[in-house]
Design a protein around this ligand. Structure first.
Ligand code: GSH
Length: 241
């Protein structure tokens, strides 16, 4: 039995962490039952979520978990893909995880309205007396991370342009197919579904959400993923609002 450690459902999403949702979908693609537990990222082997406990073997990081599942369950997350498709799939995943992720973090953490109804809730368990201090400290740390990554150095207009281009890239790659590379989902769909669902999450407002929501095929793609993998979250989806 696999135990998956994540944050737990929030903001109408199966998990506020795209990396956790990606991992859940990978587990669903494997077809293996798993138990999900709430966890503090600081307690994880790499100080981040997700991680899994596979009968005593602890595996951190969504990509390492993917490799672990491929090695131990004999699943091929790229089954049926041509070499050019495999290359495109991996590149698309990296764009979503290492670029779009940070655009979304910025939209959630630096927009005061989004922050108030989103990330600030993560601090609810902190004792009230020190909560503002801790919230401020972590907020400043996120701001520094965004600067070191580089995404925080763009102007809002430049970031909006980058979000539009990234959304277009995913939309172009998907086209009118149900899944990224055909009739059935592959490993890259776990990532694309998780990150696009997060970008268009109706709980939040902003240019990144608008950039992704503009593409009808991406909205339909998330609906398809919701129905297939997370039917309980349908009320939070965009087209059923
Ligand atoms: N490369 C990791 C990234 C995981 C990640 O960034 N997780 C975030 C939540 S979305 C986290 O735990 N952040 C806590 C922190 O950095 O302190 C993966 O693929 O799993």
């Amino acid at each position: 039995m696999i135990t998956l450690y994540g944050f737990g459902p929030a903001f109408g999403l199966p998990d506020p962490s795209q990396f956790v949702v990606k991992t859940e979908v990978l587990l669903k693609l494997v077809g293996e039952a798993y138990e999900k537990r709430r966890a503090d990222p600081r307690k994880g082997p790499r100080g981040k979520i997700p991680w899994i406990d596979d009968s005593g073997r602890i595996v951190p990081d969504s990509n390492l978990i993917r490799f672990h599942l491929e090695a131990t369950r004999g699943i091929d997350f790229e089954k049926g893909l041509t070499d050019p498709q495999k290359g495109a799939a991996w590149a698309l995943e990296r764009m979503l995880e290492d670029h779009v992720y940070w655009l979304v973090v910025m939209e959630r953490w630096l927009d005061p309205v989004n922050f108030a109804k989103g990330p600030r809730k993560f601090f609810d368990p902190v004792p009230a007396l020190i909560r503002p201090l801790v919230t401020g400290m972590v907020g400043r740390q996120v701001g520094k991370t965004l600067q070191s990554h580089g995404i925080g150095r763009y102007t809002p207009e430049e970031r909006t342009g980058l979000a539009a281009r990234a959304a277009l890239a995913v939309s172009q790659c998907l086209g009118d197919k149900p899944w990224l590379f055909g009739e059935e989902p592959c490993g890259a769909d776990a990532t694309a579904y998780a990150f696009v669902a997060s970008a268009i999450c109706p709980h939040f407002e902003g240019p990144v959400r608008r950039a992704f929501e503009k593409h009808a095929n991406l909205v339909e793609y998330v609906e398809r993923g919701n129905k297939r993998w997370f039917p309980d979250f349908l009320p939070g989806s965009v087209t059923s609002r």
